[in-house]
Design a protein around this ligand. Structure first.
Ligand code: O2Y
Ligand code: MN
Length: 595
């Protein structure tokens, strides 16, 4: 046995007795183990090895067509009371849910191997870090967890004999009868999928899905939903935010985080290649930030993950060159298309579709087909260390000091390109009113509509949103006054009357980051408006961009914002128990609009 940790040993025994696997394997996280599992999955037909010359040490997986994304409708917070989970979560009674799941897990691993995956979220040895142990019957999960977390022996070392861990139980929910042949992507039907979180004992039980956030339990389940509960109780923040460092031409560095809802370009911004001369962006993380007071009194951030689980479609050498360099080797692809020469292709990769592909269903595909060759939520899994823009600070155990927090969504109208919050509380107000268009990353019948998504945490807060906003307000008291980050609400997605984007986005977003950094360092004035501080005309550098309608991008329209205020008030009322401070700031915004 690889550990003397009694809690872990007895938990594994208990789960083995429940799930009744044919074998148990403790994962050490080694390259040999990874290669062996990949060879086994290639041999069984679950994985395809890509052309070694074109995409060294890389593999393609195709999921079952019913198992292609996070399933919010089947994600549950089983807190003691429904009130604690809030309207933002699907609540189930913890005793009943545990009973339902115990019945499902009973014998669920028959014919399969039970893998024990010890893992660490956060840099090894960091006071920020949390140990988890995932038990799974999916070798696909094992190889992905090896990339996305610090996994295996190193995690057991950090756990030690007496250390505590978050137990994460996962099964694809497809036991095999004796002699029954396995399928390439085993999973359970939708109504049997459960992504369950138990706040009382901080445990995760996920059944029936093998995909992404449903199955790689260190990511959304642990690092956001469970971590948000721990963070509330321990006085820190677990956030759906990228982390990056911006260096200006004088060599001054500004560290910032940015919260955007799923599929709004966090990975692109995290690895941005600036179009302004002399600027440099370095990446610390592309999806999750854990933030807490550091010894120096500032708000410090670490990325709990070790890899990127990025959306493939739309990723190209033009939109995100650093991501393309990162995935040139040692990458797992899921649900992208396969070229005839054994490489990968997806819509928006930057080259026209070849005459023939094998699509994500595994069928022949040709341009003009009635469906995309790659699934819109197809993914790459790759080590963060391979990113050319990765920061030398990305594994700093004390994190990086954050002086700006960006918030944003996909808003074609109404919301300006950038506006700065007046202070911490006003920043929380801006975070509370975020909204975005619904996309394919989450299964829903509401694609295209705008949904409010405070701090992009709607699907990821393990408790009620109003209490989460209160926690954010209270965090102000934990940070030194002169080190409080500035908040900026940004919107790269505003469209003109012709329906075209008004702002070029991608590498040109550095122009907004430049303005934000200048504001942080007190170098530039701004215009106070009903919504906060707006850039003065000409203060955002648009040199070389050709015609950009900054007037349209930066003007608040009174009628639109009065209507927006009504919708925010209705949203607050529906949420219930929203802190009075946020209502006061809403009233203040309306009063300023009416002046
Ligand atoms: O669909 C999934 O399972 C993946 S969702 C995801 C993956 C990486 C980063 N963010 C997200 C998200 O939904 O926010
Ligand atoms: Mn995300």
């Amino acid at each position: 046995m690889m550990t003397k940790n009694q809690k872990l040993l007895s938990w594994v025994k208990e789960i083995e007795a429940l799930c009744k696997p044919d074998r148990v394997k403790w994962c050490d996280g080694s390259q040999e183990e990874y290669d062996g599992l990949m060879a086994q999955m290639v041999a069984s037909g679950a994985a395809i090895k890509l052309n070694e010359k074109k995409r060294p040490n890389s593999y393609l997986f195709r999921s079952h067509p019913s198992d292609v994304a996070r399933v919010e409708d089947r994600t549950f917070i089983a807190s003691k009371t429904k009130e604690e989970a809030g309207a933002n979560n699907n609540w189930r009674d913890p005793i009943e849910l545990r009973k339902t799941l115990t019945e499902l897990f009973d014998g669920s691993m028959r014919g399969r191997t039970l893998y024990v995956i010890p893992f660490v979220m956060g840099p090894l040895g960091s006071p920020f870090s949390i140990v988890g142990v995932e038990i799974t019957d999916s070798p696909y999960v094992v190889v992905n967890m090896r990339i996305m977390t610090r996994m295996g022996t190193a995690a057991l070392d950090m756990l030690g004999e007496d250390g505590d861990f978050i137990p994460c139980l996962h099964s694809v929910g497809a036991p095999l009868q004796p002699g029954e042949e396995d399928v390439a992507w085993p999973c359970a039907p939708i109504e049997q999928k459960y992504i369950a979180h138990f706040p009382e004992d901080l445990s995760i039980w996920s059944y029936g899905s093998g995909y992404g956030g449903n199955a790689l339990l260190g990511k959304k389940c642990l690092a956001l939903r469970i971590a948000s509960l721990k963070a509330r109780d321990e006085g820190w923040l677990a956030e759906h935010m990228l982390i990056l460092g911006l260096t200006d031409p004088k060599g001054r560095k500004t560290w910032l985080t940015a919260a955007f809802p799923s599929a709004c370009g966090k990975t692109n911004l995290a690895m941005l290649v600036p179009t302004l001369p002399g600027y440099k962006v370095e990446t610390v993380g592309d999806d999750i930030a854990w933030l807490r007071r550091g010894k120096d009194g500032s708000l410090r951030a670490v990325n709990p993950e070790a890899g990127f689980f990025g959306v493939a479609p739309g990723t190209s050498y033009q939109s995100n060159p650093n991501a393309m360099y990162t995935i040139e080797k040692n990458t797992i692809f899921t649900n992208v298309a396969l070229t005839d020469d054994g490489d990968v292709w997806w819509e928006g990769i930057g080259s026209p579709a070849p005459d023939h592909l094998i699509d994500w269903h595994g069928n022949d595909w040709a341009p003009g087909a009635d469906h995309p060759a790659a699934h819109p939520n197809s993914r790459f899994t790759v080590a963060a260390a391979q990113c050319p823009a990765i920061s030398p600070e990305w594994e700093n155990p004390d994190g990086v000091p954050i002086s700006a927090i960006l918030l944003g969504g996909r808003r074609p109208r109404v919301v300006p390109l950038v506006v700065e919050g007046r202070d911490w509380a006003h920043g929380i107000f801006l975070g509370s009113i975020m909204g975005s268009e619904i996309t394919a990353a989450a299964i829903s019948d509401k694609i295209g509509q705008v949904r409010r998504d405070p701090f992009a945490m709607l699907p990821f807060t393990g408790y009620r949103l109003s209490a989460y906003l209160k926690h954010w307000l209270e965090m102000e008291g934990r940070i030194d006054k002169d080190k409080l980050p500035h908040f900026f609400h940004v919107n790269w997605f505003r469209r003109g009357e012709d329906g075209k984007f008004l702002w070029p986005g991608f590498g040109d977003n550095v122009r907004v980051l430049e303005w934000a950094a200048k504001r942080v360092h007190g170098e530039i004035d701004a215009n106070d408006s009903a919504l906060g501080y707006l850039p003065a005309p000409g203060d955002i550098n648009i040199d070389g961009l050709g015609e950009v309608n900054m007037e349209e991008l930066l003007t608040l329209k009174k009628d639109e914002w009065l209507a927006e205020a009504e919708s925010i008030r209705a949203y607050y009322d529906k949420m219930g128990e929203v802190p009075q401070k946020l209502y006061d700031l809403l009233d203040d915004m309306v009063a300023r609009l009416k002046k």
